[in-house]
Design a binder for this molecule. Sequence first.
Ligand code: GLA
Length: 379
Amino acid sequence: MIEQFRSLYGEDRQPRFYRAPGRVNLIGEHTDYNLGFVLPIALDMACYVACAPSSDGRIHVHSLDRREGFDFDVDLRNAIPRKNWTDYVIGVAQGLARRGVEIRPMNLALHSDVPEGSGLSSSAALEVSSAFAFLDGRDFDKLEIAKLCQQAEIEFVGMPCGIMDQYISVFGRKNRAIEIDCRSLQHRAVPLPENVAILAVNSMVKHELASSAYADRVNECRAAVDQIRRVHPQVASLRDAKVEYLDEAGLTGTLKKRARHIITENERVEQFLVASERGDLAEMGKLFVGSHRSMQFDYEITCEEIDFLVDAALSIDGVFGARMTGGGFGGCTVNLVEPEKAPAFERAIKQAYQARWGVDPPVFRCLPSEGAGQLPGRE
Ligand code: GLA
């Protein structure tokens, strides 16, 4: 990256580097924007930004992966989205500017090894690493970074996401999963049992409709809350609801199913943490499968390829549980596997998927890693 940065910008100075990781969510899917609980880990796959001051007064942003770059005026207050990948970067810079951070003329070069559209939060990694690069060492509250990156994605990119991905990219910890309470925005770092491997399998499916279907779910949850509140006025979000409330409020059909997923998923996060503390891998696996079935039948955010990956995994020796991770409609499954059986699992799942769908699904070992920060430079 240093060489590419130098030849791109005709520099011989050393750029500074910032890194922000992708994530895999262990359990608690679509609970974040319902102010509930999630349990992600930050990955060792990350987005890296090399940066240095520019000499022409402008901001230059170049993607080394896409081999394309764009430049921007430093006054981003009225910047409008270009409907491409730079929106994640510029939306964040605008968010910082609106919070009083001076945006300085800079050259940036980006490279990411978080696979795009895989449900591993390549966009949050891009946003958070960009925020760190624009701040370039200036002090700024970490929670505010996560919040403004989420806000950039909602307002500048137009995806009404929750806080999980940006939060874990900032606050990830090596060897720990992070339980986030999405109402208080506090978290606790929890160790996981050592005798389990966490493996993500990428279905390679990216659905075009994923972001509008995501927005539909956000709206359905709001509609469910409105209806529940007529009977239980204290319910401010589905976080506060109980399964009994659904019938009491006369919820039926789609809204009932959506709300039931969120309520039971929040319970599963808590149960998973208890099982994890006991080292009860069988129970953790069962909760994974419960979460998947709830996404499959109640929240209806899976797809055939993903359901296939889960069902196939469950028939492989040494697998405790499997579920889809992330926003849905494709992307990755996450699997809890006996460590000694991980290589055989990888071979078997690849073979099964290849035979059924004609695609070789990449498999990643997920190692809980540190959240965003500056990388030491190299002369
Ligand atoms: C996407 C969103 C997150 C979260 C997950 C589903 O990754 O960005 O905020 O809602 O989907 O759990």
